[in-house]
Structures are given as structure tokens and as C-alpha cells.
Ligand binder design. Structure first.
Ligand code: ADP
Ligand code: ZN
Length: 734
């Protein structure tokens, strides 16, 4: 029987410590158990991450106590944390933290009881005048129903006025097992399963067969926007629930909108199945409550962004990854896991089905489908056979020649917007760059105002007027004259959403325009309000960034304009074309969702680029074929695997030295057929005063690459002020 427990504590980073399992606990203690252990002179909480017969360490101290009945962390999640630690080369402690929300890790086992204030029932009218604070508290209680004392201040209520109200008999304060439901109060009309069309039915059958299989294979569901993928998800989840297991739905954070959540809530919550929603806006307490609701089985469907892949659903029957191609599934900080890939691994560990859905699947997933690792289901038509909108590409070089200089809106796009205004239809203008102008350029000497701390130009913002660094947030007043030569002729080069809004307002002074980007949408409410205004027809034209590109369904939108298709095309990233194609396809899918047919105008300086041309003809397969061929020839993913090692530090010399040391170590043991890129400066060589260098290694399979990178990093001399990051299957290359 195991005598030794390996325990990771919250205070000691990066490693597990051995403890002796006291006689009475032997055989009972398993991994995932929450324990109290002596640590230095204190006692701290920790997790058992493994048990063993022997330890090399003499004189072990015993575990002081076990918290809770069974293991808090489902063993499957521990296994997943270990896999992430191993595959993404990150310490197990940090991976455990990733798998377990902070708020859950730092508490004792069991639901927390909280002091909660409520209005007393049938309370008498107060015998004396209340203070302003007390009146405010009563109003807040009226609005919220109940307030936990711990949250009172956050709600603008002082705990002492609640207590004084309790003495007056107006308020009751009691211990309650409070559970915060972020959607509490919202009612959901029950939705019934729709009768599926033939392709949907075949896709569902395929998924359900996998969910029921002991060794399920992931299914890739490729379906154009509006082809009814979500309905397939819903019915697959229903089948999974019927077999007694729970499901997780991953969506990109940006599309975790109330509208999309509502579809899951009204299918399941309204039928009595608990649905938990996990997004970045939750408070620590809400996150913790949702976690326990899932862990205890009270919520069996989980909808959430990236980290919801770690939801403690058990037993797990299905993971759906919607928009599986989205780069936001990759975590930018360590551990740099990809939630889609983690979903595949988790599905494998727990014999759960995995359903990946997209209109424009990643080349990685298409490749896996082509070699039989995934099954492929397709939805080729839109529901009700509505046509995909025609896409017109506008050559902005000709436009600039005609206007003797660059313009934000081409004549044809302007004409099309005018027609929509006349017909009382709506327009969306999309541009993935906020601010007014992407650079201020001196006409005389060519000087460009740069960020002092980053190697990029500052963006000009007009309201309020300032120069802003989009990487680090540095801001400075806009210069009236060139800081270099003093000339006052300054050119506002490059177009941002603010400039588009300005141009639209100038050309169509009567149009009602709303701009949505991270400058105007600083509050979550603002976002919902803007959409509500657009939906209700109080807005004619919506100008916005990325945030308007996804998942929105507005029947009265008959025109979508892409202001600059080339923005991301020339980034030094081998996935640049793929991203642009996906984005154009995605944006084009926003038009013509209703009765009236839609049109899409794409403005481009490289109108013949394949990403633009294939998007024009809605040819997902054509694009994939040609892009696959490029990748194959270059040995880039999905045909090869890659690891990026990134070096950062304020002192350039030290950063260069570290990168060269690793570069040499890698070159010395380069696996056969592997290719080494760098060391060299990163595409953006400096951000926030940190110099950035990198080494990029790729080869035909991951294992040998991982081995040499691991060895090279272990051998690296520590240098003060230089951080080294390993990125396995990198997605962000800038
Ligand atoms: P996708 O997720 O592929 O973009 P959706 O699932 O949102 O597509 O479907 C688009 C629209 O078609 C939705 O309004 C949905 O309710 C409707 N729909 C989906 N499947 C069917 C069906 N079998 N019969 C009728 N309407 C459907
Ligand atoms: Zn900066």
C-alpha cells in the first residue's frame, strides 16, 4: 500500500514534495485529494498529485489531515494537467493552477456558507427615519433580492447599514449556501429540437455513434455559416445527456454573447438540466460557485471560453469546440496550451466524444480529417437554401489613382451604402484596426512618430486626440509639427475605425452610425446596448473591429464592407493567408441572413491574392487545397511540427547571448530533417522596453523536437533579466 504522497502546495512553486501517509489514511488517500501538510513552521493546503511506495528523501513529515470526503480534483483533470505539463513543457504546479480556478484552489473543501442579507418578509414600516445609507441598502436589496455581506461594498452598500437594518427588523441576515448564477433572473423560453435536414441528420448520427463508442474518434463538422451546426451541437448534447453524461461547449470568448448562450440555456436549462456559463467576466466567487455546481453534477452542460475545457464535468460524454480554427483557443501565457488540442486529449483520456465545428476549419484539423484521425461531416448548404452573398472585390490601387491619393471608402462601396440607406437596410463596415490613422508621417522628411518603448508607430486617435501605442498603451499628445524637422505638413497615413466613422458621417450626414471597438466598448453593457440598438433598427451603419465579425445574426443587414482586406495579409506569419481567408469568410457570412439578399464588398490593395479570391468565391476547399500545398512544400504545420523559443529582456546583449546559446545547443543536436530558424529578432523586436529574440525549430514530428528543446533549455545558463518561453505548436508568431 502506498506510503508516500506527492503534494503540491499553493505556496511552493514548481515542484511536488513527498509526505508520509499516516497509517489511518493509507489506501484511502488518492490523487486529487485536498490535504493539509506541515510546511516550514506552518500548515498549508495542498493537493495530492501522486502516491508512491518509496521516497528518496529521508525523514519525511506526515500529512496532517485530509480535507473532504473524496478527491476535490477529478483524477482525469490531474492527468490532463500532467499531460499539459509534459507536452507544453511547463511546471506541473502552474498547470495545476491552470486546471483549477484560483478561487477553488484556495479554499477548504465543501460549499461555502456566506452571510446573506435579505429583505424581511412583511416587515413593518420603520418607526423612525432611516439614514441615507440604510435607505440605499433597502433599495439595493429591492433590486438584487439578496446581498452577501462580503459583496455589499461592491454593490455600494455598507455592511453596517445592513446590520442596523437587521436590528430594526427590516432585514434578515442568515447563513446561506449562496450560489451566484450569472444569468439569474433571466427567463428562458424552452426551445424544442428542430427536425434536422439530411446532412444535419447524418452529422448527428456520426457524432452520437462516437459518443457511444468506447474509443470515440473526434468529428470535424465543416459547415458554412448558417448551415445549422449549432442545432447539431444541441442535439448531440441532448443524446449525451440521455446517456447519463455531461457535455462541455467551448466557444471563443468574443462570441460568448448572451444570444449564443441563450440557445443552450433555452434548450437545456428550461428543461431542468443545469447549464453553467464560464467567461472571463465572472468574479472569483461566481467562478467558484459554477465550478462546484459542475463538480457536484448540478450543472451538466458547460458553455465557456478556452479554460472551460477544464470544467470538472464527470462523467464527461462530449466536448464541442465551436469555431475550432479560432486562434484565441491558444493561451498566450504559460502554459501555452491550445484548448482544441487539449479537448482532443481529454476526450481520449475520458472516452468522450469531441466535436469540432467551423465554417473554415484550421488546416491542422483538415489534415487530421484527411489522414483519418478525425471523422469528417459536412453541411454544405445554408438552412432554407438561402444563398451565400456575392462578394465583390474592389481594387484600391485603382481607387487611389482615381482620387490621387488613398481613400477610406471606395466609390462603389459609398454607392452601395447609399442604396441601403434609401431602402432602410443596414450596413456593417469591418476594419480590424482601431483609432483614426495608423501613423503620422511627416510629408517633408518622412519621420514617423514611434513608441519610445516598442518598435511600432504610434496610432493617431482623434477623440480624444492623442497618440497611442497599441502594444503597451503608451500615450502622448499629437504633435502639431514634425518632431524631427519642424515641418507642419503631417500626413495621417493608414485608416482606422475612427477615420471610417468620420468618412461615413461626412458622406452621409443623416445616417445613424455606431462604432464598436475596444475604445468605445469599454463596458460589457455598452456592447450589449450597441447590439440592441442595431438589432432594433435604430442604427443604420455599424463600424467595428473583430468584435463585430463573429456569430451575429442580423436579418436586416444586406451589406458588409471590408475596409482593408490586406491588413493582416503581409504579417510575417505562415498562417497569415489562412487567417485572412477565415476572417473574410466569417465577415461575409454576416450579410444576407434574412429575407433580403446580401452583398459583400471587399476593398483590397492585392485583389488577386488567393486568400481574397477564394473568399470571393466562397471556396473553402479550394483555399485549403492550395494553402496545404504551400505548407507541404515548406514543411510548415500541419505537415511538420514546430516549437518557438522566445527570449525577452531589457538588456539586449543578454537577450542575444541567451538566444545564441540555445541556438547553438539546438544546432548541435538537431534531429534529422529538422530545420532551425534564428536566433533572430522577433518580428516585433521590442515591446515595453523588452527586447525580443527567438528561435524557431520545426521538424516532421514533435517528440524529437521536444527532446532537444528540453535539453537545450535545461543546459541554458541562467541570466538575470532574461526570460525564456517555450511555445509548443505556436500560434502567435509576432
Ligand atoms: P451555424 O451554427 O452553422 O451558423 P445555426 O445553427 O445558427 O447555424 O443555424 C442557422 C439558423 O437556422 C438558426 O436560426 C437555426 O435555428 C436555424 N436552423 C438550424 N437547423 C434547422 C433545421 N433543421 N430546420 C429549421 N431551421 C434550422
Ligand atoms: Zn509601446
Amino acid at each position: 500500500m502506498a506510503r508516500i504522497a506527492k503534494v503540491v502546495t499553493d505556496i511552493a512553486l514548481d515542484r511536488a514534495f513527498d509526505y508520509e501517509i499516516p497509517e489511518a489514511m493509507r489506501g484511502r488517500l488518492v490523487e486529487g485529494h485536498r490535504v493539509r501538510v506541515p510546511f516550514g513552521r506552518k500548515e498549508v493546503l495542498g493537493f495530492v498529485v501522486g502516491v508512491a511506495e518509496e521516497s528518496d528523501v529521508p525523514g519525511l513529515r506526515p500529512i496532517a489531515g485530509v480535507v473532504g470526503e473524496g478527491p476535490l480534483v477529478p483524477p482525469a483533470l490531474l492527468r490532463l494537467a500532467r499531460w499539459i505539463s509534459d507536452y507544453y513543457m511547463d511546471p506541473i504546479e502552474r498547470c495545476l493552477k491552470t486546471v483549477l480556478p484560483e478561487a477553488v484552489r484556495r479554499e477548504d473543501f465543501g460549499p461555502r456558507r456566506r452571510r446573506v442579507a435579505r429583505l424581511a418578509r412583511g416587515a413593518p414600516a420603520p418607526g423612525r427615519r432611516l439614514t441615507a445609507g440604510q435607505e440605499g441598502a433597502l433599495l439595493a436589496l429591492g433590486a438584487h433580492g439578496a446581498i452577501a455581506l462580503a459583496d455589499a461594498r461592491e454593490r455600494g452598500v455598507s455592511p453596517s447599514s445592513l446590520q442596523s437594518l437587521e436590528k430594526l427588523g427590516l432585514v434578515v441576515i442568515a447563513d446561506e449556501e449562496e450560489e451566484r448564477d450569472p444569468f439569474a433572473g433571466a427567463a428562458f423560453a424552452r426551445s424544442e429540437p428542430l427536425a434536422l435536414n439530411g446532412e444535419q441528420g447524418a452529422a448527428l448520427e456520426m457524432v452520437v455513434a462516437q459518443v457511444g463508442s468506447p474509443q470515440p474518434r473526434p468529428v470535424l463538422l465543416q459547415g458554412v455559416t448558417g448551415s445549422g451546426k449549432t442545432e447539431v451541437y444541441l442535439q448531440a448534447i441532448a443524446a449525451c445527456l440521455a446517456s447519463g453524461r455531461g457535455a462541455i461547449v467551448l466557444v471563443p470568448e468574443i462570441s460568448l454573447t448572451p444570444q449564443s448562450v441563450e440557445r443552450f440555456k433555452s434548450r437545456f436549462a428550461a428543461a431542468g438540466v443545469g447549464v453553467a456559463v464560464l467567461h472571463s467576466g465572472l468574479s472569483a466567487g461566481e467562478r467558484r460557485d459554477e465550478w462546484h455546481r459542475i463538480r457536484s453534477g448540478r450543472a451538466r452542460v458547460v458553455v465557456g471560453a478556452r479554460s472551460a475545457v477544464f470544467a470538472p464535468v464527470s462523467p464527461l460524454g462530449l466536448i464541442v469546440v465551436d469555431e475550432e480554427h479560432e486562434p484565441s483557443y491558444k493561451q498566450a501565457e504559460a502554459p501555452r496550451y491550445h484548448a482544441r488540442d487539449v479537448a482532443i486529449v481529454r476526450g481520449h483520456f475520458e472516452s468522450a466524444g469531441v466535436l469540432l465545428g467551423s465554417a473554415t476549419p484550421s488546416l491542422e484539423s483538415l489534415h487530421n480529417a484527411a489522414r483519418g484521425k478525425y471523422l469528417l461531416a459536412r453541411l454544405t448548404g445554408r438552412i432554407d437554401s438561402r444563398a451565400l452573398p456575392p462578394v465583390r472585390v474592389i481594387d484600391m490601387r485603382q481607387e487611389a489613382a482615381r482620387h490621387r491619393g488613398p481613400v477610406a471608402l471606395s466609390d462603389r462601396l459609398v454607392r452601395a451604402i447609399g442604396e441601403r440607406l434609401e431602402r432602410k437596410e443596414q450596413t456593417i463596415l469591418f476594419l480590424n484596426r482601431r483609432g483614426h490613422s495608423s501613423a503620422l508621417v511627416c510629408v517633408k522628411c518622412g519621420f514617423v512618430v514611434q513608441c519610445p518603448d516598442c518598435s511600432i508607430a504610434l496610432t493617431y486617435h482623434r477623440r480624444p486626440e492623442q497618440m497611442l501605442c497599441h502594444l503597451c498603451g503608451y500615450s502622448a499628445p499629437a504633435p502639431r509639427a514634425c518632431p524631427e524637422c519642424g515641418d507642419t505638413r503631417i500626413r495621417y497615413a493608414g485608416t482606422g475605425t475612427e477615420k471610417v466613422e468620420e468618412a461615413v458621417a461626412r458622406i452621409f450626414p443623416a445616417a445613424r452610425v455606431v462604432r464598436m471597438d475596444s475604445d468605445t466598448m469599454t463596458r460589457r453593457r455598452a456592447y450589449e446596448e450597441a447590439f440592441a440598438a442595431f438589432r432594433s433598427g435604430r442604427v443604420d451603419i455599424l463600424v467595428g473591429t473583430q468584435m463585430i465579425a463573429k456569430g451575429l445574426d442580423f436579418p436586416n443587414v444586406t451589406l458588409v464592407g471590408v475596409i482593408n482586406a490586406d491588413l493582416a495579409l503581409h504579417l510575417p506569419d505562415f498562417r497569415a493567408s489562412e487567417r485572412v481567408f477565415q476572417l473574410l469568410t466569417q465577415v461575409a457570412g454576416r450579410a444576407g441572413r434574412g429575407e433580403a439578399p446580401g452583398a459583400v464588398f471587399v476593398q483590397s490593395f492585392t485583389p488577386h491574392h488567393p486568400a481574397v479570391q477564394f473568399a470571393k468565391s466562397h471556396d473553402v476547399d479550394g483555399f485549403a487545397d492550395q494553402e496545404m500545398e504551400c505548407r507541404r512544400q515548406l514543411g510548415y504545420p500541419p505537415f511538420g511540427r514546430a516549437i518557438l523559443v522566445a527570449f525577452r529582456g531589457e538588456e539586449q546583449k543578454a537577450v542575444v547571448a541567451a538566444s545564441e546559446e540555445v541556438g547553438e545547443a539546438l544546432r548541435a543536436r538537431l534531429p534529422e530533417g529538422a530545420v532551425l530558424g534564428g536566433p533572430c529578432p522577433a518580428p516585433i523586436p521590442k515591446i515595453q522596453r523588452q527586447h525580443r529574440y527567438q528561435v524557431f525549430i520545426r521538424g516532421s514530428s514533435m517528440k524529437p523536437l521536444a527532446r532537444v528543446v528540453r535539453d537545450a533549455i535545461v543546459a541554458l545558463r541562467a541570466r538575470r533579466g532574461v526570460s525564456v518561453a517555450i511555445d509548443v505548436d505556436p500560434v502567435f508568431l509576432l
